[in-house]
Design a protein around this ligand. Structure first.
Ligand SMILES: [Zn+2]
Length: 443
């Protein structure tokens, strides 16, 4: 889980798919410093599925350690990756200042690696090296996210490998639905929510409305930890809709995340990639990310002012797993209040503060201080930008003629891997392998 990085070696080419950062517990973070299982100088190119830090977060280190090739992604992924990587460099710098220790990379390394990006549009088949051809398809996970189809030529034969990247959870506002892929010889599929069934997506709006109304009714503070690139855009879209249709009363809603505010600009730039409904609303003159009551807090001065605004209020801040960022400050302040509410909408990896809270912790440590939890903590799974097991199986089932000879399961916690494997074997009768770290598979 997290730290996604797959090396593919053909007769003539060596490339990697994604180069993510390990996240969550301290142990996971230390894994980022482990030596590469390959020589970065020998890698011809990188294929990047999307801009989440667990997929792109070690790219600057890869480049710093000698990788000179191109990084292929959609142009939207490139623009979002720049924001994500700069933020990641900044967060690490602050951590090193506070706790000491080595730094993975600096801002300058991010600027260097950004020069290596090369944009590929969706649906265009492109030869990348002597024996490798690729095509990106919309994964519907976040803006710019891609499923990657790879054709490897071996003499007269061609083998097709499909890398799912992270698959979306359609129908979702803003992003388009996940594309289906025709046949593949091998599939590498993510299993983040491979063991779960989300509540129906129609429930997202009503659960959100319920949480907003409840905390507002009590005069409390609603805190929603968000990843700038997870559901912030969708959340604003929903809040905008609920507010404009007068389903929720007017309360101040703070987006307290410079990174999310920057990401919104990128979203606006690539509105052509939105789903039909969002495009229609934009054409009719609605700014889908702007409404009365919404305040963007970019500077830390603006952020501090949020506390002076009396409740009820809604605060959206990063990070999504509550293991860093401005949300920590708000949690420290508002978790002890019984009227307040923390609403979790993203994946929470093992060991993260968000996971402890989701699992019902009554006391947590924030910045070395014990904080009692009296606030209500709830989670909405349908907000997830990841497909659940039925959707993963539905997508995999469509990969037919040829149907995959082997499905490699990766990027999930051990339990999710096993449950997805079970589902694939029982419902689709396909051959499966749960990928292990640093293990080599010949295909
Ligand atoms: Zn992702």
């Amino acid at each position: 889980m997290t730290g996604s990085c797959i090396l593919v070696e053909t007769a003539k080419t060596k490339f990697i798919v994604d180069c993510g950062m390990f996240q969550g517990s301290r142990f996971a973070r230390e894994e980022n410093f482990e030596p590469w299982a390959f020589d970065p100088k020998e890698i011809d190119f990188v294929l990047l599925t999307h801009a989440h830090v667990d997929h792109c977060g070690r790219l600057p280190k890869l480049s710093k350690d000698g990788f000179k090739g191109k990084i292929y992604s959609t142009p939207a992924t490139k623009d979002l990756a720049e924001i994500i990587l700069l933020d990641s460099a900044k967060v690490m710098k602050e951590e090193v200042l506070r706790h000491g220790g080595p730094i993975l990379y600096k801002e300058g390394d991010v600027f260097t690696v950004m020069q290596q990006f090369w944009g590929l549009e969706y649906s265009v088949k492109q030869k990348i090296s002597g024996d490798v051809t690729v095509r990106l398809r919309d994964a519907g996970h976040i803006l710019g996210s891609a499923i990657i189809e790879v054709w490897v030529k071996e003499g007269l034969r061609t083998k097709k490998i499909v890398f799912s990247g992270d698959l979306g959870n359609p129908p979702a506002p803003v992003v388009r639905d996940t594309e289906f892929i025709d046949g593949a010889d091998f599939v590498v599929i993510e299993s983040t929510y491979g063991g779960r069934i989300h509540e129906p997506s129609e429930m997202r709006s009503s659960l959100l409305r319920q949480a907003v109304l409840e905390s507002i009714g009590k005069g409390g503070v609603l805190m929603i930890p968000t990843f700038a690139l997870e559901r912030t855009e969708e959340l604003l879209y929903e809040l905008n809709y609920l507010s404009e249709t007068k389903q929720i009363p007017k309360v101040p809603i703070f987006l307290d995340s410079p990174m999310a505010i920057n990401a919104l600009d990128v979203y606006r730039r690539y509105a052509k990639l939105f789903d039909e409904e969002s495009r229609k609303r934009i054409e009719s003159g609605d700014d889908i990310f702007k409404f009365e009551g919404l305040e963007l807090s970019k500077t830390s001065e603006q952020s501090k002012k949020i506390n002076h605004v009396p409740a009820p209020k809604v605060i959206l801040a990063g990070s999504g797993m509550s293991n860093g960022g401005r949300i920590l400050y708000h949690l420290k302040l508002y978790l002890p209040g019984a009227k307040n509410h923390m609403l979790i909408i993203s994946y929470q990896s093992e060991g993260s503060l968000g996971r402890q809270l989701r699992d019902g912790a009554k006391k947590v440590m924030i910045d070395g201080q014990p904080v009692g939890v009296k606030a209500k903590v709830t989670a909405i799974g349908s907000y997830s930008s990841h497909a659940d097991q039925p959707k993963l199986l539905h997508w995999l089932k469509a990969v037919a003629s040829p149907e995959p000879r082997t499905v490699f399961i990766n990027h999930g916690e051990p339990k999710s891997n096993l449950m997805l494997e079970d589902g694939i074997r029982q419902k689709l009768n396909l051959n499966t392998v749960i990928a292990e770290k640093n293990k080599v598979y010949e295909i």
